[in-house]
Write a protein that binds this ligand. Structure first.
Ligand SMILES: [Zn+2]
Length: 278
């Protein structure tokens, strides 16, 4: 593969660990094929803990993200916006426009605009507001505008109102499931400290390595396990009946209307790993 053939995947989450949880499998498939992947956390993650001080937590989470980068070869940027306080301001929009232009992604993945977490909603709004503007030279004029609006797709969620998640892409991630859990395990302050606390599972704080692995896997299974049965028809349509009915773990993506259209030709390029795309 020559340098020019490499695809560029940009995953934009609100917090360090959002990208891994919803697109860690696709990112692994991209990296395994030699493509370029960048994770962005739009906030610094300083709020997600019950006893670490925000300024300390931001540094801890930067180190955890660095571990993910070392493990996967993904470039990992954490922006300076404060966790739990993100707003879709012009400054934040312009920062994101600059980031997208510099990275020149073929595909951007981000949260949907309806979501339980205000930072996720604001991140989605910021990406949608940056779409199209990335090709407008008079906006953020010091960074050259893109000629083509990237394809944008939403990460999965389970929220039903005002509209449920409606994916058109389902990727079997079982072959890379352990690599997703590896990435989660890097976020020690979250999966082994903060998230058990948020679920009132203080008695379940995992301590040894085996318990930590089991906790991370269990968390992933609870969060993303239901996706395969929710979107079984799409999986069967994509992979055929025999494999489609056997697939247990997927990542799913819904095209965003504000990005370039995900035509069949573009889909063959960006999701080459799906059957019948070669
Ligand atoms: Zn988040």
């Amino acid at each position: 593969m020559t340098t020019d053939d490499r695809l560029r995947l940009l995953v934009i989450g609100a917090h360090p660990d959002d990208c891994e949880l919803k697109a860690g499998g696709l990112a692994t498939l991209y990296r395994n094929a030699g493509h370029i992947v960048k994770y962005v956390s739009v906030t610094n993650g300083e709020a997600g803990h019950q006893w670490r001080r925000p300024e300390d937590l931001a540094a801890v989470r930067r180190a955890e993200a660095d571990d993910v980068a070392t493990l996967t070869g993904v470039e990992y940027e954490i922006l300076g916006n404060r966790d739990g306080r993100l707003l879709p301001t012009l400054d934040a929009r312009f920062e994101l426009i600059g980031l997208i232009r510099r990275f020149q992604p073929d595909l951007i993945l981000t949260h949907r605009p309806n979501d339980y977490h205000p930072d996720h909603r604001a991140t989605s709004t910021l990406v949608c507001d940056a779409a199209y503007m990335v090709i407008v030279p008079h906006i953020v004029p010091d960074i050259p505008a893109l000629r083509v609006n990237p394809v944008i797709a939403y990460l999965s969620d389970h929220f039903q109102k005002p509209v449920p998640f409606q994916p058109t892409i389902a990727v079997d991630v079982e072959p890379v499931l352990e690599r997703i859990v590896d990435q989660m395990e890097c976020h020690r302050s979250q999966f082994f400290e903060w998230l058990p606390y948020t679920m009132c599972q203080e008695e379940r704080f995992p301590t040894d390595a085996a318990a930590k692995r089991a906790y991370a896997k269990d968390f992933y299974y609870r969060l993303n396990g239901p996706l395969a049965d929710r979107f079984r028809d799409l999986i069967v349509q994509t992979y055929g009946g025999e494999r489609g009915n056997a697939i247990r773990w997927i990542e799913a993506f819904e095209p965003c209307e504000y990005g370039s259209p995900l035509t069949n030709e573009v889909k063959r390029r960006l999701f080459w790993m799906l059957p019948g795309q070669g």
